[in-house]
Every structure is written in structure tokens, then in C-alpha cells.
Design a protein around this ligand. Sequence first.
Ligand code: ZN
Ligand code: ZN
Length: 824
Amino acid sequence: MTHVERVPARPARYAEWPSWADPRVVERFQALGIERPWAHQALAANLLHEHRHVVLATGTASGKSLGYLLPLLTDLIDDVSADTTATRAPRRATALYLAPTKALAADQARRIRELRLPIAPAACLDGDTTPEERRWIRDYGVFALSNPDMVHYALLPDHRRWSPFLRRLRYVVIDECHAYRGVLGSHVAAVLRRLRRICAHYGADPVFALASATTADPETTAARLTGLPVRAVTEDGSPHGRVMFALWEPPLTERRGEGGAPTRRSAIAEAAGLLADLVRDEVRTVAFVRSRRGAELVSLIARQQLGQTSAEAWGDNTQKVAITAHGHPETRTMAEAGIAPESGIASKSKLGSGTGTGIGAETEHETEAGNGARIGAQTAPVLHSRIAAYRAGYLREDRRALEADLLSGRLLGVAATNALELGVDLSGLDAVLLVGYPGTRSSVWQQAGRAGRSGRDALAVLIARDDPLDTYLVHHPEALFGKSVESTVLNPNNPYVLWSHLCAAAAELPLAEQDLDLFGPTAPALAAELGQAGWLRARPGGWYWTRPERAADLTDLRGSGGTPVRIVEAETGRLLGQVDAAAAHTTVHQGAVYLHQGANYVVDSLDLDGAIAVVHGEEPGYTTHARDVSQLRITTEERTETWGAHIRLAFGAVEVTNQVVGYLRRDAATGSVLDEEPLDLPSRTLATKAVWWTISPGALAHAELAAPDIPGAAHAAEHAAIGLLPLFAECDRWDIGGLSTACHVDTGLPTVFVHDGLPGGGGFAERGYEQARAWLSATRAAIAACECPVGCPSCVQSPKCGNGNQPLDKTGAIRLLGVLLDEL
Ligand SMILES: [Zn+2]
Ligand SMILES: [Zn+2]
């Protein structure tokens, strides 16, 4: 345990119900036990009532929805005079609610229906809505719950038929708006501008209510997303008990990974041990795990540690758990958890003694059971059956059953993916384990905020995974508990996203010059380009869409460009899944081992033209790692800064050309390299944005970095910088890439680049440029904090390195970054 933070209790701050609120709405909320609103709910409600756009960025379970539902339902509720029994009562106003997932919208609809107000029933508009239901919403609905994809594909292209609904649109609610970041954020920003234009066409001027997790700058994010001035409400008035928040770093083990680097005990194994210990003490706990497979593993290992016999554990789970459906689950799952089957008992005893409780091995349990069944007698059903796994893909009935079991205490431990954040209403927890940093600080607080039933004290533990960001965080608690520097990044002006939305907008209504302002400063030039290329046609009334295809089909909000590659099982013809075009070369090349729902497949062939990878099920005993060569050319420098005499920092447009040239096969158990196979794949070019810095030769000499040291030092600094950027921009290290060189052709100097991974850029590199000092300081600190001798996954090794993590110079990187930071 590297740190314990005691987060003090927060008392409730209440306000009065606003005088304008409809008494029938207030009464229904009171009937649900809400006597008075909390201060932030009342503030947001009042602002929305005055037609001011609002983003509510307060904690989990702070009742954000009441803040917008109060004015919205007040405006939507039927006049007393109207016939409230008919579904065809005249509509005064309508509201559109948008959520990032269908499940969330469905949940919200259910809750609104449960209020039993005299309004037409809240209705979901998604891919499953029948044409009859759609017609009903258009003509009679008052509250439609949908998602941005549906607005893009269905509602806007068909706006003439939707005009009865749109004409009266008074509220647009954007729930979980922090989900719209990066390229998805750019798409949603364009969709919302299209929606605003169509509403204006019908004389409607809706007010926007956004709900967000707590982030550094919700006001700016919301304004970028909607293109409107938005007022943030961030002072949380809901009460919370004290939280003891521990940071936990798994120990280094004797095992060796790539290049002989020491590896840590896995976060999965540590989490399973903690979960078992907490459940043993009857502490209601949820462990949040980033992958589905990880969630299943944590549950499985914890159950085993609580004394279930192996046969039961595996037998039970072959039916329930996808990961054990193929191959030899014992060997594979235990190996992945970082504990060999035979060493499992030793690890358990170690954890047991480490936390001062615990029975450890199975034999001990049998003894205890034989001595009077202490466990069985105290708790029925037996402990191990009181732990479950939960992940996306479970049915709604299963989710409800799980909620009920946790609430009643029948279930004591759940290992879950963050699907639980969106789909399940959880209360009544005492402890939360975060297995790996969930990617953003807001997710940390969203997950940790689940603990603390009815104001009682709670425990949260963040268990670090073996990567630079997690390592940094458990050694720098101020980055988690101090003032946030991370903000949601999105770029509404990305031309690679915007062009298709300009086409879609022109198809909806001709685009006049004044309309283009709505789509930002890059829009006029982009429209002219589209005209030249034959996508749009200039006529006196503006730009027109005259092509036969549907303009809205030009883009998929969730896609990353290019046709996704489908993965098909040779024997059965079954479609297993798909990968983005951008990732296909590295993940499903011929010979690649592809992991799907816990089972391994080997790729027989990759057909790039047909966008199909054919695979067969096999447990080959090795993993594959693509090797690639990249070149980067600077297209334009957009922003630059010099630090002292020796350092130059820049941001701009770049072209990255990448070719996958082969792959390494590594022993699945030891990670040692078996051999290397060449591949013949075409190179691909990505036009995107990058941040880069150069260092003068004089400064390098001063730091005693000789020419041969520079490639390894720059490469190691690049890896760690990529690892740490998510602390400043809400991105995943997989959303960004990098390149380092001892002498770059465009700069003539040693240069390190970190670039966005998608066409046009997602805004991440730019955020790195803006936060460069803090970002690079954290990068150096992360490397320096790691106790390994020459570099490991916790500091400078990267799992996505296309060069097999060669060369890497850990101490050189610390000195190199030192030169940079000394010039501040
Ligand atoms: Zn290390
Ligand atoms: Zn690398």
C-alpha cells in the first residue's frame, strides 16, 4: 500500500422546491422520498427554467437527473384542463434525451414512466423502435429517449416527418456527455449543430441540459460539444460518508518478461485476493475490472480462495463463463492471472497473511469445515457462492437480479466491468476495488462513489496495473486527489469528421453561408472543397446535396474510418467480431493469434480488399506481436514555443506512414521470443496531429548523453510520455502513437513525436502541447519512481511498441527529460 487518503464526509446542502415547479411533479418526487432538492439540483433547475444552457458536473448518485427533470416535466405535463386519459392530449412542449448507450436511455425511460405523471409515456427511439412506434412519437410523443447515432441516421434526415415533434422541442438532455470525446466527440458536436439548425428552421429554440461526470473543465467541454455558452453547476450538495482511499502497488515477482525485465504480480490476482478477504469479513464489495475476461477471472479466483473446491469452480463456470468454454481453462486463466497453478496456494497464503485475515488454501478450508463448518454455519449460502461476475452483454433481468441480491446482502462480492456504471443502479456497497486506473479521474470518482451506503464510511482501493500511468498514480497521490488537470478533449473542427456532416446537413436543408458559421471556422473552406470535388453543388440558395445516395450514410459516428475487417471462423462461417481498419494490420495479419471472449484463434488469411480475416480456433501456446516501421513527415507547424536556448516544442499537422513488416512469436507463459516471421502488407498513411519536441546537440552534451545513447533515451521517453498523456487528456494510450529519432529529416535534430491515432486528430496531442510542462514532469517522475533496474512495463516498456521495445535506455530517458525540464 503506497498511500492512504482520507476523504472527509460531505454534509448535505438542501434548497427549497422552486415556486414555478408543477406541484404534481414535486409531489411525485416527494412520494419517492425526496423531501427537498439538494442545492445543485435546484440551481440547475432554476437556470434551465430561465432558458440558460447548463452542464451538471457533480458526483455519482448526486441525482443529476432531478436537476433537469424538474423544469422539463413541469413544461411537458399536460394542462389540468386537458383530457389526461387520452394519449392524444395536445402537446405543449417536447423533450429529447440522448444517452451514449441504448441501455441507459431505456433505464431512464422506465424511471420516468414510474413517476406516473399525466404525460404521454416516455418512449425510446432506437434501432429496435418499430415504424408504428416512431410514428406515434412523432405525432403524439412528448419525451423521446434516444442516442446521437439515431439523431444522425433517422431523425435529422427525416426531419420533415419529425416536424410536429421538433417544432415543440423545448429541452435537449445530453446525459453522460463526458463519453463524447476524441473523434466520437467531434461527430456528436456536428450532429448537435445539425439538430440546432433544423430546430431553428421550425422555429424551436431548445435549451440544452448536459450531465457529466466531474472533470477539470466541464463548461468548456459542454460549450465545444454544443457550440453554445453553457453554465456549469459543480458544487455538489449531496451528502457522502467518509471514504478511506488506498493506493496499492502489486509487488515485483521473480518472473521475467520482455528483455529480462521483472514483472509485477498481476492486478487481477491482487484484486481477487482483496475481494476474497473483504467478502470473508462480510464487506459488500464491487471490484471494477477493465476487461470482461478480467472480471470473470477476479470472480473465479476469489471464489476459489474462499474455499470452493477446484472441481466445483471450474465445473460451475464452464456453464456460466465464456472464458472457460474452450481449451484448458486452468492453465490459461491461472497463467494470465500471474500465478501458475501450482503456486496458487502459496500466493493465496501470502495475501492472507499480508492483510492479517484469510484462510488461504483450500486444505485449510476443508479442515475448518470439518471442525464444525465455521464458514457454512455463519453464512448460508456458503461464501464462495456469494461472489459473482458481471459484465456487458448480460440480460436486463440478470442485472436486476444482481442489483437486488447486492442490496439484500445475499451477494457480497461482484467483479464487474464498467458496464455496471451504465446499466445497473448500485447502492448498498461498503467497498470498491478499482483494478487498474479506469482511464479518467472522473471514472475513478464515479466508481469509488459507489461505496458508502446511506452515508456510512466506505473503502476504496486503486490497484495499479503494470503500466507507467498506474505506477505514477500510486506514487503521486496528489495527481488523483489534488486539483484535476485532465479534461475531456474534443475537436469540433476536425475536417475529417466535419465533411460528411456538411454533406448530411446540406441534404437536410440547403446550406446557406450563414449556416456555415454554425459549423465553425473551417466550414466555409471545407464546403468549397466539397463543391470542387463534386460532393456538394453551389446554387443561389447555398450548397445542395444532389447525389443519389443518402448523405447520412457517409459516416458512422462510432467508426474510425475505413471498412472494419470482419473476423470469420473458417470451419463454421461464424462471424466472431470485427476490428477497425486501422488496427487490422497489427491485430489480424496472417498468423496472428487473436483473442476472442477468452478463446484463442489463429488467423489463416487476411483479405484486405474483402475486409475479411479467416481464423480457426487453436491454443498455440504463443502470442504474436506485430513489428512495424513508421515514418513521419511534418506537414505544417501550427503552434511553437521555445524553452530556453535548447528546446523547441511544436504542435501541428503530420503524416505518419506505417507498414507492418512482420511479427514476433512469444512463448505465452514466459514471454520469451520464439522467432520472427516476415509479412507482406502495404503501407498506410495517416494524416493527423502531433506534438513534438527537439533538443539541441549542446544540451545533450551537457547532459552527458553521447550519440549512441540518444535513440534509446528518446524511445524510452516517448513510450512513457504516451503512457502519461491520458492523465492530462481523456484518452487511452491506444488512441495515440509516437515516434522518436536521433535525427529527424524535417527538424535535423533529435526529436520525439506523440501523435493522435485517427485521421484529423482527436485533440489529444494538442492538449499535450498545452500541458507540456506538467505532462513531461510527470513522465520523468513516473520513470524515476520505478524500482526496476533497466526498464519494465511499469515505466518505459510499451505493449504496443512496433519495434519490440528496442532500444530502450531508462536512465538516458530520465536525463533527457531532465534537460528539457531544466530549461523551464
Ligand atoms: Zn520499470
Ligand atoms: Zn517503441
